[in-house]
Design a protein. Structure first.
Lengths: 345, 359, 285
């Protein structure tokens, strides 16, 4: 092969790569940016089979992580799955595309209490995916004490036996609940008040995990922890010894929704996907794999009594619950605080 | 050790003509675009700020560096230098007072008096600094994490060197056919994806894992070791990952050793310890230095092993930088951290180069 | 195992030998564990419950493992392109440095050497910042010039390939340079004396001579690209998930025998490559 030819070939390869990335977005694709452990492969495969649209599923483990990537790469993602307070932030900065409700015929399947939510009262930008709480899981086989709240969890007797979410905002809010500070009042004064107790708690935690805290329970690495309700429900499903307790001091309810970022390359496909998951039989698939609180009333009708009776999925009673709001720049202050405490001996 | 990528004076006799420059352009353009430019842009970002949702704001600000270099550092620096000077003075006095002790010590370690004093004084200063940094109430974040990371990297490097040197020596001096077979055995883990190798340790180290099951059933221990996840697991995983990186360069040096020198070393009847410390180890110094660089530098920036084996408990500098690009949404701060790490790395690298050239 | 130590040092010999065996065991224990447990029926991975090949078949048939296989294909695609580009850049670079005396040699050698030794996280974040900046301004430019209405420039396969090539080609360059150091300079001259153009001399005389070094550099590039995690972690996107990235995500979620199965396949492939590299080295002898 002549040298000149080789050189030209190389240029051609590079040029074609550049052009390929410049080429108009493939119409039969969907860039889904969602939580890890939240979208079943069966749902994605079913969607692809029916519509022929290829789904590129990228994952994240916290709202902050999602925001970070979304801001750095505008116009890349078709669907994101933010929690309520993140939607507030996104709407404030006009980063979400309004939904075309004419393409979402299945919206009627949603339970009425999920249609007029605080962060998106007219349902203009988002469609609820799943709701849930953050609470305590206890391995009742190994722990015989009565656990009612955070204070019971973070005791020296459980040192090096606790799992907690790897989420700075969550950690801080638990201490705020114990101290009776409203979880959305994140300022210097409150953070200083929270710091000593949080520092003590953190010394007792064995592992931080937001992706799959249930693994550590199943491995026998921990006996108690504070996790997402869906993880708790999965544990309960596996073995009823894993009891879910909503902390008496208070917790927060979260609602994760699907939303379309402004400048999404495949607007139509995104709407198709949303309408697809609003179908009761598809929503049921999500509940089966990730048993959070399903906002789809029609889907609930398809769930078994056992699934409906899982106390982690569908909690009873009226516990003290707050809802997170957007706290803007204070997010990095919280992060600094938690990293600071993590690095202390 | 540093491959001399320069033009070979024996053959590179011509100055490049138009064709030479033309052919070189793609390479130069690539280097400029993807090595120089990213570093410059990162430098620019480090002086920027983030707005409240996390986007970058291009205003000049020293805030990021102020967050890293807290004023308390001056006090700590002064204290540590003072401690180091005190120890150095004490040692110097002791050595010059008792000549015989010093000679025995130097014989054993092969270092000059000045090197030994510098080493011990440096260690004392480091300990003093460490004490202070850990005691800092707030703002000590960055430095603390840096200490933890450097410590982890340094300890793992030392362990790798101690564990790996005998192996490298054995391999280097083995007969030709055996050598190739053994080297292949070392290459296979070296080229296997480190994540896969790290993941395997989860199975071995967890509470109901292999290690505990074995030890419990053999009645060596009563309670299972609770080390997965833990900092100890991270140390084990790091040493495991980087061991081949230490063995290979040292092997390279050992292989080049002149056989007659080795024979002479052992024949002089001074005993194997002397032969090694006074002759063989110094001769293989290039390999050791290469191994140290190949292990220490990546280990400082490492965060994946910490994530998998460490339960995200103790953040390393790699984790902190990673967080800035994820949940903290503070790219400028992350860029600043990156620049600092880059400077440290550059300093370490050039210091080592200068020493090598002196030899 | 005859280590060339004079007699009388048999004890030292023995100690070194046993220590090496212990360390080898340490190096291979996790690998053996991975392989053994990939045949384990039990999902929880610790109790041995029986031999099965199910995890291997599930690897290719279970839809849950589709991302794994997809990412394997993606990694292979990327590795091939990276190797080709690295070989071209590295070989040309080595030959030019051999032939000509360029100004600022120290600077150039440092620049080439940097990607090899820089901590991967620094390379990752600097490339991320670079690509983000270039793509956002580039997209803006393209939109204002009305060439396109969307945002075509982004992180993706191209950025991953660029990142990989940047630290892979120095390895090829060094391998080829080492081989060039031992070449007889009159070889090329002879060819040209016989009437060949400089280009022909290069292609038909130099390249065959350099082939072992090129192949060894290529093998190195390929492996480095397949293995790469950290830099890819920062420069990839949803569409360009490589195998190490997917494994990293799966590892964070917990133990999974399918991971064992694909790891075993990976290890087998690596072993084959190592043997192949040995064989190539012996070409010259």
């Amino acid at each position: 092969m002549k040298f000149r030819h080789a050189f030209a070939f190389a240029i051609a390869v590079v040029a074609s790569l550049v052009l390929a990335s410049l080429a108009r977005a493939d119409d039969k694709e969907l860039n889904l940016f969602a939580w890890s452990e939240y979208v079943p492969q069966s749902v994605i495969d079913g969607f692809t089979k029916e519509t022929g649209i290829k789904v590129n599923y990228e994952k994240y483990a916290s709202n902050e992580e999602m925001l970070s990537k979304l801001l750095a790469q505008p116009g890349q993602y078709d669907l994101v799955q933010p929690s309520e307070y993140t939607i507030e932030a996104l709407v404030k900065k006009d980063l979400l595309a309004p939904l075309d409700k004419s393409k979402l015929s299945n919206l009627k399947n949603l339970a009425p209490e999920f249609t007029k939510l605080g962060h998106d009262p007219e349902g203009k930008y988002s469609v609820p995916w799943m709701s849930g709480t953050v609470g305590i899981v206890v391995n009742t086989e190994k722990v015989k004490d009565e656990i009612t709240g955070y204070k019971d969890v973070f005791q020296p007797k459980f040192a090096n036996n606790i799992v907690a979410l790897d989420d700075a905002r969550e950690l801080v809010s638990w201490v705020m609940d114990v101290k009776g500070i409203p979880v959305n009042e994140v300022n210097e004064k409150n953070l200083a008040a929270v710091k000593p107790m949080l520092g003590q708690w953190m010394k007792l935690i064995k592992v931080y995990d937001s992706d799959s805290p249930k693994t550590h329970f199943l491995n026998g690495d921990v006996v108690i922890g504070v996790v997402w309700s869906g993880e708790a429900a999965l544990l309960y499903k596996q073995d009823k010894k894993f009891k879910y307790v909503l902390p008496a001091e208070g917790t927060h309810q979260f609602i994760d929704s699907l939303a379309i970022p402004k400048g999404a390359p495949h607007l139509d496909n995104a709407h198709q996907f949303i309408n697809y998951i609003l179908r009761p039989e598809v929503s049921k698939l999500v509940s089966e794999e990730f048993p959070y609180t399903n906002p789809n009333a029609e889907a609930r009708k398809l769930l078994t009594p056992e699934q409906l009776g899982n106390p982690a999925s569908f909690p009873t009673g009226s516990p003290k619950m707050e809802i997170f709001h957007d706290i803007g720049k204070s997010a990095s202050a919280i992060d600094e605080l938690v990293t600071d405490l993590k690095s202390q001996k | 050790m540093t491959p001399d990528i320069n033009s070979n004076p024996a053959t590179a006799t011509r100055r490049p003509g138009v064709r030479g420059w033309l052919l070189m352009t793609p390479l130069l353009a690539w280097l400029f675009a993807f090595v120089v430019a990213p570093t410059l842009i990162m430098l620019v970002y480090s002086f920027c700020e983030r707005d409240d949702i996390g986007q970058v704001v291009f205003t000049f600000s020293l805030d990021n560096y102020r967050k890293i270099f807290v004023p308390q550092y001056y006090g700590i620096l002064a204290w540590s230098l003072g401690a180091a000077a005190a120890v150095a003075g004490f040692l110097a006095f002791g050595f010059y007072a008792d000549e015989s002790l010093s000679y025995k010590l130097f014989d054993l370690t092969g270092m000059t008096r000045r090197q030994l004093i510098a080493l011990v004084a440096g260690a004392a200063g480091y300990c003093a600094m460490r004490e202070q940094v850990y005691a800092m109430e707030s703002g000590g974040n960055f430095l603390r994490i840096l200490f933890i990371s450097v410590e982890l990297a340094a300890i793992c490097t030392v362990i790798c060197a101690l564990v790996g040197y005998p192996v490298a020596y054995f391999l280097g001096r083995a007969s030709e056919s055996n050598r190739n077979k053994l080297m292949m055995l070392v290459m296979i883990p070296f080229w296997t994806n480190f994540l896969i190798r790290t993941y395997a340790w989860i199975t071995i180290l967890s509470k109901e894992g292999l290690l505990n099951t074995f030890l419990l059933s053999a009645h060596i221990i009563k309670e299972p070791f609770d080390i997965m996840p833990s900092t100890l697991a991270v140390y084990i995983g790091t040493v495991y990952t980087f061991l081949p990186f230490m063995i290979l360069p040292i092997y390279g040096s050992v292989e080049k050793l002149d056989n007659s020198l080795i024979e002479a070393a052992f024949d002089l009847g001074a005993g194997p310890v002397r032969a090694f410390s006074n002759i063989i180890v110094p001769l293989t110094r290039p390999g050791i230095v290469a191994g140290i660089l190949l292990v220490f530098i990546p280990a400082v920036g490492m965060f994946a092993i910490n994530d998998v084996l460490g339960g995200r408990k103790v953040p390393l500098i790699g984790n902190k930088i990673d967080t800035q690009f994820k949940s903290a949404r503070d790219m400028p701060f992350g860029a600043a951290l990156g620049i600092i790490l880059l400077l440290l790395f550059a300093v370490a690298f050039f210091l080592t180069l200068r020493k090598e050239e002196k030899n | 195992m005859a280590v060339r130590i004079p007699r009388g040092m048999k004890l030292v010999n023995l100690l070194l030998g046993s220590w090496t065996s212990v360390v080898m065991l340490f190096l291979y224990l996790p690998i053996i564990v991975l392989i053994v447990y990939s045949f384990n029926v039990s999902r929880l991975n610790v109790r041995w419950e029986g031999f099965t090949l199910a995890w291997y078949t599930r690897l290719f048939t279970d839809p849950k493992n589709a991302p794994l296989i997809e990412s394997l294909k993606m990694s292979l695609k990327i590795a091939v392109v990276v190797t080709v580009l690295s070989v071209i850049l590295g070989t040309i670079g080595a030959w030019l440095l051999y032939r000509y005396r360029f100004p600022l040699p120290r600077l150039m050698s440092t620049l080439i050497f940097i990607p090899m030794i820089i901590p991967e996280i620094i390379m990752g974040i600097s490339l991320l910042i670079f690509f983000v900046t270039v793509s956002s301004w580039g997209n803006l430019l393209l939109r204002t010039m009305h060439i396109t209405t969307s945002n075509p420039l982004s992180l993706g396969i191209t950025t991953v390939i660029i990142a990989h090539v940047t630290f892979c080609f120095p390895f090829v360059l060094i391998a080829v340079q080492a081989r060039l150091a031992g070449v007889d300079p009159s070889l090329e001259e002879a060819a040209m004396d016989l009437g060949a153009t400089p280009l022909k001399a290069f292609l038909y005389v130099m390249v065959p001579y350099l082939l072992p070094a090129i192949v060894s550099g290529a093998l190195m590039s390929f492996t480095l690209s397949m293995d790469e995690l950290i830099v890819t972690y920062f420069t990839a996107s949803a569409k360009s998930q490589t195998l190490p990235l997917v494994i990293f995500g799966m590892v964070k979620v917990g133990l999974n025998p399918s991971l064992n199965a694909i790891s075993t396949l990976f290890i087998a492939a690596t072993a084959l490559l190592v043997v192949a590299a040995e064989w190539v080295k012996n070409w010259n002898k």
